[in-house]
Write a protein that binds this ligand. Structure first.
Ligand code: GLA
Length: 385
């Protein structure tokens, strides 16, 4: 039995133990690792994420009434609410479920009550899109059990709406789109203005290696929303609808129109958009160039956007010393969480040993290192109805 099948069975059995009947559906929503294009999505720019083979799984069955019961197995917690009166609850994880139900109902989708167990092998709050995967897994479960026709892009937008309007994090759309629309073996180049996307094959000879600092900082912390505000302020001062509208040349000419901190934030976004387009070109045939762009991205996130931290910098520097590593950078919002490195497959064992050793020497903590494969977006993995 494959690793994934074992996970599906496990969550199905847990549902049966909880509710005394088999689940009607089991849904798997992947996490995401962003290869490049950080803090650009909410500036209508470009991103290049992959959906990865770490999942939030939901086993669910319908209820005849409008009650929802959720059990989070990783946390050993549960919550219940009524679809007729959805309010924020005390449990942070459950507010994602309440939020998607609220947003789907607000959009005119009539939902059926549901009982569900949630389980996952995707680390939480590590910058790997766990909130989005949770939203997408629950929204897709509601969709299936309520027999609704919703396009994957629409589902992603509903999930983002839930996070912005209900949970209170002003995130962009990258994570939800990746979890809903990822394709096995591919990265997604997303234009966050038009929402057009292009599949870019990830060469089979490289692995996407994620190293987790172990340092956690939720997006509910004010720093993420603050960066958004700074970008909005930059666009306002420059009189453009979004930072996407600026080229590096135009920005250089307008430098004196911006206070120094805002200028650096804007410079990150403008240069990162450029790097992301170049990286999408390079992924197919020039991995050295791709890797250089990853290091440049990290440098810009560290010094201009100021969302790195010492732990992330240590991991990037340790990766740089291993031969066979093309590039490395922080992935996700930053302020802790993970780095992503592009590593030729035969260099992965060396990466695991050396990076772990250097990190431990510098911080007295062990990093967790995951080797990830580009995976399929949300899907139903079993149906027992
Ligand atoms: C978080 C958000 C995304 C994106 C990244 C930074 O993951 O959810 O929308 O803004 O941070 O690139």
């Amino acid at each position: 039995m494959g690793k994934e099948t074992a996970l599906y069975r496990r969550v199905g059995t847990q549902f049966e133990n909880s509710y005394g009947r088999p689940p009607a559906i089991v849904v798997a929503a992947p996490g995401r690792v962003n290869l490049i294009g950080e803090h650009t999505d909410y500036n209508e720019g470009y991103v290049l994420p992959v959906a990865v083979d770490r999942y939030i799984l939901v086993a669910a069955g319908p209820r005849k009434d409008r009650k929802v019961s959720l059990r989070a197995l990783n946390l050993g917690e549960e919550d219940a609410f009524s679809l007729d009166e959805i309010e924020r609850g005390e449990r942070e994880w459950s507010n994602y479920g309440r939020g998607v139900a609220w947003e789907m109902e607000r959009a005119g989708h009539r939902l059926q009550g549901m009982e569900a167990v949630i389980w996952g092998d995707l680390p939480m709050k590590a910058g790997l899109g766990s909130s989005a995967a949770l939203e997408v897994a629950l929204a897709y479960s509601f969709q299936l059990l309520s027999n609704l026709e919703i396009e994957p892009l629409q589902l992603a937008l509903l999930c983002q709406g839930a996070e912005n309007g209900f949970v209170g994090v002003q995130c962009g759309l990258m994570d939800q789109m990746t979890s809903a629309l990822g394709e096995k073996g591919h990265a997604l180049l997303i234009d966050c203005r038009s929402l057009d996307r292009q599949l870019i094959a990830v060469p089979p000879e490289v692995d996407i290696v994620v190293a987790d600092t172990g340092r956690r900082r939720g997006l509910l912390d004010s720093q993420y929303n603050l960066r958004r505000q700074e970008c909005r302020e930059g666009a306002r001062l420059l009189g453009v609808p979004s930072l996407r509208s600026l080229s590096p040349k135009e920005l250089a000419k307008r430098r004196s129109d911006l206070p120094p901190t805002i200028y650096r934030r804007v410079r990150h976004v403008v240069s990162e958009n450029q790097r992301t387009l170049e990286a999408a070109e390079a992924l197919g045939g020039n991995l050295e160039a791709f890797g250089r762009l990853m290091y440049d991205s990290h440098h810009s996130l560290r010094h201009d956007f100021e969302v790195s931290c010492p732990e992330l910098d240590i991991l990037v520097e340790a990766a740089r010393k291993v031969s066979g590593v093309y590039g490395s950078r922080l992935t996700g919002a930053g302020f802790g969480g993970c780095t992503v490195s592009l590593v030729s497959r035969e260099a992965v064992p060396e990466f695991q040993a050396r990076v772990a050793k250097e990190y431990e020497k510098a911080t007295a903590k062990k990093p967790t290192i995951y080797v990830c494969r580009p995976a399929q977006g949300v899907r139903e993995v079993s149906r027992c109805r």
